[in-house]
Design a protein around this ligand. Structure first.
Ligand code: MGD
Ligand code: MGD
Ligand code: SF4
Ligand code: MO
Length: 909
């Protein structure tokens, strides 16, 4: 590949050969670790990968969570191991400094705040992506020694409603179910989760279970017809935010049909009558409120009641709401009333998003929790204080994430240490958050990446180690603790987060409490605290893991808590004895009065729904580095219902603006019947670094659940209108290059470089073909296009470092074709031929990341083979035959092709 001069192309085909040769040598050095992405918690095995090479990363065949599977993100982990974007040295006020000096600065800032403004002027904002050991020491330092409980985490944005609801119902933050339950159940109700994309390996386990047990039925409740919904036996596309009515109505229905489990209710629960009395909705009322057909509501209720076992698996569509906690309790109420809990294949299951959201909960990472599943009662504070030998034990809950921002604005918090999260993008109302952080006296950010929206706001930057370098434990959605083990050395001066926290603690004078020699000693202390004075009173009990030697810790195999005398090998399912963790051991029904979302803005007719796309992870600091993962959604896409698109005169591929009183966000419209009338969807993965003004959180608001403080990310009012640009420029090169005067841009990392797209609202002067000089005075040849022709590209020679194409309009199909030609080309001559020959043939979205198969390839195959099923398709085109993440989308296309040939055959008759 000579197209990019000076280019280092590590995915070159010759490179792959080299790696294959090396595999044999490195068989012996396999490291078994855990995937750093979602809460499924898959085991991955890493072979090879010295400083020069990328390791081979596969699924661990015997890890109980994934049993040999990995999704598209997990499969591409190797491509994300890049040192280039890393934060390599500590920085104070933008100057590189030594660790010593940076740690002194942090210590001084904390001391200054505590002395002058009290402990509550200090805050830590952590992440469900830290390891349990990092989390444990941060929480201990703040709550036991600094003397404030201002430790919150991005898990506030993620599962705090689920936590609050479990505590209200069970007296403890206990996830009762396990992955096996979703395979064993007769009815899986997936509520507000697009698990085919967000928990893909668990979803694949369900798909496999459905093949073996066709009686396993799946109901999906989501306003969008997602990839998950498309595979379901029944999809309830309810009005956004109305799930509380649906599940409260289920309780009423259960009771009215005389089908509640009276014995279970009488013996093991409290508060059934009150819950029933609080809100009674008939099927007719529910259907109206949720805008669902009455028969569908009834059918769902009947299935829930008549099936022997039901798992309700819920996620952000429930939690991220102004009444998320109540919605979770409405779901739990239905399980309690039908006795569908604590038995194989039954129970409520809040699936966690981040790899260690659960570990964070265990050590008390949330401001309203203490540690080891204790809270701020006097008894718990004293117990934890005694165990820690705390010098300044916090006695009150601290501030939750949004309240922390409020407190910064009011000058009450003057120091914040942000670790492993990017709040400038992921909190609602980004402009407000950025402004607050920029006004805060001291912002310390520990991150492994140098340039994020949040690191840009820091006074002090601490370079952190990350996946592949870190050593510790994570807990997945089903309470399973797995080891993350290091397999590469940290670049530059990156250090472990636990180490940095302990160094600060020691500088603050707490040497003996923070002198850990290894993460295993932190884990041991955490395990001892869970066991301390427990006597069966608390769900989280790791007494069986107390006293592990470093070797035993290193060799720890995945295990589900509790691990104690009763369950020495761990415990997959809780509450099988119907004993809960309330004082009288009975579960609580929580009376729920459903609420609609809080929607301000009279003039904005649409409701913005936000969430995840299949191949990206949050703010892209990791997935953005793997070119293949950037191909599934190549541009910021705003999905619109066809009727709304007609009303707004918007067509697919057009640049549009979403707007409300807070901000504007740009994206390309995709007219999509999967969206409900009145709803638009924009994923959370777009932001200024990859696409100017496309961040959805510029639009979302500081509205949150009163119990959990979790923001209402899923419903925000917006308007939508077409945006016009006069001039577009596409540039394929090795590094992105942006013009200062652009009005819009976005950047797509591709296989051998990067595509930068820029646009100007006013027409640019036409530039002629010619040789220009770039910043390094290297000659590069440009390929300018006659504006009248609007397409066509140019030709290049061996010394070319960029291809530039300009035109009045941007055609996304052509852009797609261009990228494909570029990625597949082996010689400049071929590229030039293909670019010029580009006929705008619509490739559509790239569906299969592993084998780079596009919609058009799949549809063409299905048109030629109308009776082809998945097996034939995957055999012939290979798509879907590796990680399997695209199989739901393939199945959607097979079904669409079947419908089409059926319609064609009717028409022919
Ligand atoms: N690919 C990928 N996977 C991920 C992540 C990622 O960034 N990328 N992040 C991980 C993390 S941290 C998390 S928290 C999980 C989140 O996993 P999910 O919760 O599955 O993901 P989301 O896309 O945020 O939202 C889920 C669904 O909620 C629906 N929804 C919106 N409003 C409503 C409503 O009112 N009612 C109902 N019933 N549904 C509604 C949305 O349409 C969406 O399909 O994903 C994890 N996995
Ligand atoms: N609109 C909208 N907003 C949302 C959501 C939504 O659905 N809609 N979902 C919310 C949810 S559920 C979540 S979980 C959040 C996620 O939002 P964030 O947590 O802000 O997103 P990430 O990109 O995962 O940020 C992780 C950061 O940690 C860094 N990092 C990685 N490993 C390490 C490490 O070991 N140590 C340190 N110190 N740093 C590390 C990464 O480089 C990155 O900068 O977003 C929330 N925001
Ligand atoms: S499902 Fe995918 S992202 Fe989640 S843990 Fe497994 S491999 Fe990683
Ligand atoms: Mo999350």
């Amino acid at each position: 590949m000579t197209l990019i001069r000076n280019g280092v192309n590590q995915q070159h085909s010759g490179w792959a050969f080299f790696l294959l040769g090396k595999v044999m040598d490195s068989q012996k050095t396999t490291t078994h670790t855990t995937c750093p992405y979602c809460g499924v918690g898959c085991g991955v095995s890493v072979r090879g990968g010295g400083s020069q090479r990328r390791p081979i990363i596969d699924a661990t065949s015997d890890h109980p969570a994934n049993q040999g599977r990995l999704c598209s993100k997990g499969s591409q982990l190797s491509a994300t191991l890049e040192d280039r974007p890393r934060l390599l040295t500590p920085m104070v006020n933008h100057q590189p400094v030594t660790w010593d000096s940076a740690l002194d600065s942090v210590t001084e800032a904390i001391r200054d705040c505590v002395d002058n403004y009290g402990p509550n002027s200090v805050a830590f904002y952590l992440s469900g992506q830290l390891l349990t050991e990092d989390y444990y020491v941060a929480n201990k330092l703040m709550k036991g020694f600094i003397g404030s409980a201002n430790v919150d985490t991005n898990s506030r944005l993620c599962m705090s409603s689920a936590v609050a609801a479990y505590k209200r119902a069970f007296g403890s933050d206990s996830v009762p179910t396990c992955y096996e339950d979703v395979e064993l159940t007769d009815l899986l109700v997936v509520v507000g989760s697009n698990m085919a994309w967000t928990h893909p390996v668990l979803y694949q386990r369900i798909e496999a279970a459905r093949v073996k047990r066709p009686e396993l039925k799946v109901v999906v409740i989501d306003p969008r017809a997602t990839a998950t919904a498309s595979q379901a036996d029944m999809h309830l596309a309810l009005k956004p935010g109305t799930d509380g009515y649906l599940f409260t109505g289920l309780l009423t229905y259960l009771h009215e049909q005389g089908l509640a489990d009276d014995e279970f209710i009488a013996n093991h629960t409290k508060g059934f009558r009150e819950a029933l009395k609080q809100a009674r909705y008939s099927v007719v009322e529910v259907a109206q409120l949720c805008q669902l057909p009455e028969h569908q509501v009834r059918d769902f209720y009947e299935r829930f009641i008549t099936e022997n076992s039901v798992v309700s698996l819920y996620s952000m569509g429930i939690n991220q709401s102004n009444s998320g906690t109540d919605k979770c309790n409405a779901i739990i109420n239905a399980h309690l009333a039908s006795g569908k809990i604590g038995k194989p294949g039954s129970g409520p299951f809040s699936i966690t998003g981040q790899p260690n959201a659960m570990g964070g909960r265990e050590v008390g990472g949330l401001a309203n929790m203490l540690a080891a599943h204790m809270d701020f009662s006097d008894e718990h504070c004293s117990r934890v204080g005694a165990f820690w030998e705390a010098t300044n034990m916090a006695r009150q809950p601290g501030l939750k994430a949004l309240d922390m921002i409020d407190a910064i604005e009011q000058g009450k918090i003057r120091f914040i240490w942000i670790m492993g999260t990017n709040p400038a993008l992921s909190l609602p109302d980004s402009q407000r958050v950025k402004k607050a952080l920029s006004q805060c006296n001291t912002v310390v950010v520990s991150d492994c990446i140098a340039n994020t929206e949040t690191t840009a706001l820091a006074n002090i930057l601490l370079p952190a180690t990350t996946w592949g370098e870190k050593n510790g434990t994570v807990t997945n959605s089903e309470r399973r603790i797995s080891r993350q083990r290091p397999f590469r050395t940290a670049p530059g001066e990156a250090k472990h987060d636990w180490w940095a926290i302990c160094e600060i603690a020691k500088r603050l004078g707490h040497q003996s409490a923070f002198s850990y020699s290894h993460p295993s000693t932190i884990f041991d202390e955490h395990a001892r605290l869970t066991a301390y004075d427990n006597n069966g009173q608390r769900d989280l009990d790791l007494s069986g893991l107390v006293g592990l030697t470093q070797q035993a810790y290193d060799e720890l195999t995945p295990i589900q808590w509790p691990v104690n005398a009763e369950h020495p090998n761990g415990c997959s399912r809780l509450f099988t004895d119907h004993q809960f963790f309330t004082p009288d051991r009975k579960a609580n029904f929580v009376p729920v009065s459903p609420k609609l979302p809080e929607l301000s803005g009279e003039n904005e007719p649409l409701v913005l729904n936000t969430g995840r796309s299949r191949d990206q992870w949050h703010t892209r600091t990791r997935t953005g580095l793997a070119s293949k993962l950037n191909s599934h959604e190549r541009w910021p896409t705003i999905y619109l219902n066809p009727d709304d698109a007609t009303t707004l005169s918007v067509t697919s591929g057009q640049l549009v603006i979403l707007e409300n009183q807070r901000a504007r966000a740009f994206g390309f419209a995709e007219v999509d019947s999967a969206q409900l009338h009145g709803s638009v969807f924009l994923s959370m993965h777009w932001h200024d670094q990859v696409a100017s003004r496309s961040g959805c959180n510029a639009l979302t608001d500081f509205i949150s659940d009163p119990h959990s403080g979790q923001p209402q990310f899923k419903q925000t009012r917006v308007s939508c209108k077409p945006a016009t640009m006069a001039w577009w420029r596409i540039r394929l090169s090795q590094l992105p290059e942006l013009s200062d005067d652009r009005d819009y841009h976005w950047i797509i990392p591709i296989k051998n470089g990067v595509v930068t797209i820029e646009a100007w609202q006013k027409k640019r002067p036409v530039m002629n073909e010619g040789n220009l000089e770039d910043d390094n005075h290297q000659r590069f040849q440009t390929a300018w296009v006659e504006p009248e022709k609007q397409k066509n590209a140019y030709w290049l020679d061996q010394s070319v470092t960029a291809i530039v194409i300009e035109s009045r309009e941007l055609n996304l199909a052509e852009l797609n074709q261009l990228i494909l030609s570029y990625e597949q080309s082996t010689s400049p001559a071929r590229i030039s031929g293909e670019l010029i020959a580009s006929d705008g043939h619509e490739l559509g979205r790239r569906i299969c990341t592993c084998f780079e198969t596009h919609e058009a390839d799949i549809d063409a195959f299905l048109a030629d083979h109308p009776s082809a099923q998945m097996d034939e398709l995957t055999r012939s085109l290979k798509c879907g035959s590796h990680c399997g993440s695209c199989r739901p989308e393939l199945r959607q296309r097979i079904r669409a092709s079947e419908h089409k040939s059926f319609a064609d055959s009717l028409a022919a008759k």
